[in-house]
Design a protein around this ligand. Structure first.
Ligand code: SAM
Ligand code: SF4
Length: 329
């Protein structure tokens, strides 16, 4: 198993399939994009499936989430999902996406074995969408959400980041919309993982603020500590339930003590934390002919050294060199 010195066990694997993206969310990437990873540096589909197989069959991983960058830009995605769904024990398979192109692929992904999807959408206003993502693709995301629901990728979750002065007035309206559409909404506090290093704690819209805004229109009842479990989202019943809203307060209410995650970048590096500054190279091991047990041993060693927390509250905190889009959010 993937255990660390604090006794945490990582069972939830996040796999970044590409660092590329068709949006330029201001909290994530600069307008001009990034220096993308070179194709030969990316894991091939076979290498990705092999590493996921090792994680699932030898290392106790039970949940696999595909992310990026924008994972729908990976040409082999449906095939990767299909091969992972055939693994024994079968892992739960989910996808985090900006939703663009999901209109065309949701049914095929479901048929391949994808269980769930999280779609990122921060606003209901097309002009604000353009301000936030620098692209006019709002309707594509809404279409993607419709298709995910129609394909049975339930529950469809929606991730929203609120930015001060841009969409921070939209929390109640986003929740009203999500309830009407049957999506489960989760707000994510903005984290210092943007490529531009522009994050400022004083600018960030906090969980407290978000909850305060929601309470002007809804009654929220905490589901309590046990319900949170390993999930980073604290969840509230809305107007008595059964509908819920979540808040992922990575900055103001970190969940590091219960963290069960391990991460694989698109170029085959294991990261034991989003905020880690070290990585362990599995691609090199694969390409030098290492057998499964040796790859597994490297992965275990990488997790053993996981720090107690993200270090965000440490005055000496240094943002990781790689941004969220390259690590896999
Ligand atoms: N492109 C896909 C998407 O947007 O869903 C997957 C990758 S994206 C990096 C994963 C999630 O991270 C998205 O929900 C996005 O809103 C969130 N995200 C990106 N940068 C962030 C930041 N600086 N702080 C908090 N969340 C962030
Ligand atoms: Fe792309 Fe997702 Fe980053 Fe937005 S948050 S730029 S959609 S990777």
């Amino acid at each position: 198993m993937l255990v660390d010195t604090y006794g945490r066990v990582a069972t939830d694997l996040r796999v970044s399939l590409t660092d590329r993206c068709n949006l330029r969310c201001t909290y994530c990437m600069p307008e001009e994009g990034m220096q993308w990873l070179a194709k030969p540096d990316l894991l091939t589909d076979d290498e990705i499936v092999r590493l996921i197989r090792i994680a699932v069959t030898d290392l106790g991983v039970t949940d696999v989430r595909f992310t990026g960058g924008e994972p729908l830009l990976r040409p082999g995605l449906v095939g990767i999902v299909e091969r992972c769904a055939a693994l024994l024990p079968r892992p739960k398979l989910s996808l985090t996406t900006n939703g663009i192109g999901l209109g065309r692929t949701a049914a095929a992904l479901r048929a391949a074995g994808l269980d769930r999807v999280n779609v990122s959408l921060d606003t209901l206003r097309p002009d604000v969408f353009h301000t936030l993502t620098r692209r006019n693709r709002h309707q594509d995301v809404l279409d993607g959400l419709d298709a995910a629901r129609a394909a049975g990728l339930a529950p469809v979750k929606v991730n929203s980041v609120l930015m001060r002065g841009v969409n921070d007035d939209e929390a109640p309206e986003l929740l009203r919309w999500a309830l009407a559409e049957g999506y489960e909404l989760r707000f994510i506090e903005q984290m210092p993982l943007d490529a531009q290093h522009g994050w400022q704690r004083t600018d960030m819209v906090t969980a407290e603020e978000i909850l305060g805004a929601l309470r002007t229109r809804f009654t929220l009842t905490a589901e309590g500590e046990p319900a949170r479990g390993h999930a980073p989202a604290e969840r509230w019943l809305v107007d008595g339930g059964p509908a819920r809203v979540g808040v992922i307060a990575s900055v103001t209410r970190p969940f590091c003590r219960a963290c069960d995650r391990t991460r694989l970048t698109a170029d085959g590096q294991v990261r034991n934390c989003l905020f880690a500054r070290e990585e362990s190279d599995l691609r090199g091991a694969l390409r030098s002919g290492a057998p499964d047990h040796e790859v597994a041993a490297r992965w275990k060693a990488a997790m053993w050294g996981k720090k107690a927390g993200s270090g965000l509250d440490d005055p000496a905190f240094l943002q990781p060199d790689r941004p969220m889009s390259a690590i896999g959010g």
